[in-house]
Design a protein around this ligand. Structure first.
Ligand code: GUN
Ligand code: ZN
Length: 434
C-alpha cells in the first residue's frame, strides 16, 4: 500500500552548481513550501499555495513553517574510528597519525569497541544533519562490519571500507604483506548494494601500502567496477616527499594510484591540496572526485585547497569533515571553514555554492545524484530541518537577512549542531533535538 505524507516549511535546494557567483538560477527556494513524500521518496517540492489545494485531505501535513528544510548533508570523507581523538592538539599529519590516529584505531581489534563507536558515530552524524557519508573504518574487517550494521539499523545511506595498509605503520595495524584483499572481497560480497550501503576499497594512502597491495586493490576494483575507491592524495608536504621516495619511478602522486588502476569513476581522493592542472585534468578525464576537507586542512596545517581551479577543470568536488584530522563532524562548521580557506586564496563561497558542496555537489562526487542531493521527484527523501532558535547569534542575524542565500550563509557561519532541529531518512524522522 502506498503511503503519502507532507511537510510544510521553507524549502531550499540546489538544482545545479551555483558557481562562485552563487547564481540564483541554480537553486529553488519556497518561502512557504510543501515537500510531498510517497513511500520515502520525494514526490514533489513546491509552493504550498499551489500544492495544498490539490492535496487529498487524508494526506497528513506536518506544519513546520518556522523551519528551513534543506537536503540531508553529505560528508565525502570521514574516519569513524577517529571520533575519540577528535581535537587532539599539536602536530601535522605524519606525527599526528602516530600520536593519535593509530593508537585510536588499534582499539578496533575489539569488535565490541567497534560496535560501540559505530553506534555513537552514526547517531552523531544524524545529530549534525549528515545523512550520507563516505567512511574510513580501520584495518580490522570487523570495524567495517560494525559501521555498516549501525547504518543499516538506521536505514542510512553510507559507503565504507576496511583500510588497507601493509607497511610504514605500526606492526599490529598491518595487513599481511600484499594482504587485506580477500577480507575486502568478502566485505564487498557482504555489504555492497545491500539496502542503502555500498563498499569502498580503502587503501589508506600510497605511503602505507606496498606496490603489491596497491596492485591487488586495483585488481579488486577492476573486478567490481561499481564499488568505490577511497584514499588520500597530496595533503601534506612531508607526506608527498615520502611518496616520491617510495615510488621514485612515478612522476606524480596521482600517477601512483593511476598506475595501479585506482583512478576511475567513484574514486574519491581526500584533500588534493598540492596538485597541479595536469593532475586536475586527469582527475576530470577519469571521472574521479575530490573531497575538500577545509576543517582538517586548517587544523593539521596542511594547506589551502584551490576550489576554483578544480572546478575550472571540471573535477567533481564535495565537502568532507575528515574527522579526526578535522576537528568537527558538523558540515555547517566545515562550510564556514571552507569560506575562510577560500578567502585566503582570493576566492569566494556564497551561501548557495556552499549548500551545493554539501548536497548536490557531494552527491555528484559520490555518483549518487540520481538518488540523493536535492528534492527532484523520485529521489530518496533524506532531509534536515534547520532552525536558528537555539543559536542566539544566528537567530538575531537571520532576522535581518533579506533572502535565502543570506539565510543559509548566516546559518553556516554562525550555526552548528544546535541549528539542526531534526534529521529525516527516507522521509522518516531519524533524529530530533531535545
Ligand atoms: N592520510 C593518511 N591517513 C590519514 C588520516 O587518517 N587522516 C588524514 N587527514 N590524512 C591521512
Ligand atoms: Zn582522512
Amino acid at each position: 500500500m502506498t503511503v503519502r505524507w507532507a511537510f510544510r516549511a521553507s524549502i531550499l535546494h540546489c538544482i545545479a552548481d551555483p558557481g562562485e557567483a552563487g547564481d540564483k538560477a541554480a537553486i529553488e527556494y519556497f518561502d512557504d513550501g510543501l515537500l510531498l513524500i510517497r513511500d520515502g521518496i520525494i514526490e514533489q517540492a513546491g509552493p504550498a499555495d499551489r500544492l495544498l489545494p490539490g492535496l487529498s485531505p487524508d494526506i497528513p501535513v506536518s506544519d513546520c513553517r518556522e523551519k528551513l528544510i534543506v537536503p540531508g548533508l553529505i560528508d565525502c570523507h570521514v574516519h569513524y574510528p577517529q571520533i575519540d581523538i577528535v581535537a587532539s592538539c599539536g602536530t601535522q599529519l605524519l606525527d599526528w597519525l602516530e600520536r593519535y590516529a593509530y593508537p585510536a584505531e588499534r582499539r578496533f581489534a575489539s569488535a565490541e569497541h567497534a560496535t560501540e563507536v559505530a553506534e555513537f558515530f552514526t547517531e552523531a552524524l544524524l545529530q549534525n544533519g549528515t545523512t550520507t557519508a563516505l567512511v574510513f573504518a580501520t584495518v580490522h574487517a570487523q570495524s567495517a562490519d560494525a559501521i555498516f550494521a549501525a547504518a543499516e539499523r538506521r536505514n542510512m545511506r553510507l559507503i565504507a571500507g576496511k583500510v588497507l595498509m601493509d607497511r610504514n605503520c605500526p606492526e599490529d595495524l598491518r595487513d599481511e604483506p600484499g594482504g587485506g584483499l580477500e577480507e575486502s572481497r568478502q566485505l564487498i560480497e557482504r555489504w555492497h548494494g545491500r539496502g542503502r550501503l555500498e563498499y569502498a576499497i580503502t587503501p589508506r594512502f600510497a605511503v602505507t601500502s606496498s606496490a603489491a597491495q596497491l596492485q591487488g586493490a586495483g585488481q579488486l576494483a577492476a573486478a567490481h567496477p561499481d564499488v568505490f575507491v577511497h584514499t588520500h592524495l597530496a595533503e601534506n608536504a612531508a607526506e608527498i616527499d615520502l611518496v616520491k621516495r617510495l615510488f621514485p619511478d612515478n612522476s606524480s602522486y596521482l600517477g601512483v594510484y593511476d598506475d595501479f588502476g585506482l583512478l576511475r569513476e567513484r574514486s574519491v581522493f581526500a584533500h588534493c591540496l598540492h596538485i597541479d592542472d595536469a593532475d586536475r585534468k586527469t582527475l576530470h578525464r577519469k571521472g574521479a572526485s575530490i573531497a575538500f576537507c577545509p576543517g582538517s586542512n586548517l587544523f593539521l596545517g596542511s594547506g589551502l585547497f584551490d576550489l576554483r581551479s578544480a572546478c575550472e577543470q571540471g573535477v567533481r568536488v564535495g565537502i568532507g569533515s575528515d574527522v579526526g584530522g578535522g576537528p568537527n563532524l558538523n558540515l555547517l562548521k566545515t562550510l564556514s571553514d571552507a569560506y575562510k580557506v577560500l578567502q585566503l586564496n582570493g576566492q569566494s563561497l556564497p551561501g548557495y555554492r556552499a549548500l551545493y558542496l554539501a548536497t548536490l555537489g557531494a552527491a555528484k562526487a559520490l555518483y549518487l545524484d540520481d538518488r540523493i542531493g536535492n528534492f527532484a521527484s523520485g529521489k530518496e527523501a533524506d532531509f534536515i530541518m534547520l532552525d536558528s532558535a537555539s543559536v542566539p547569534m544566528a537567530r538575531r542575524r537571520l532576522s535581518r537577512t533579506r533572502n535565502a542565500a543570506e539565510k543559509f550563509f548566516a546559518l553556516m557561519m554562525l550555526g552548528d549542531d544546535r541549528a539542526i532541529s531534526a534529521t529525516y531518512l527516507m522521509g522518516k524522522q531519524a533524529w530530533k533535538a531535545a
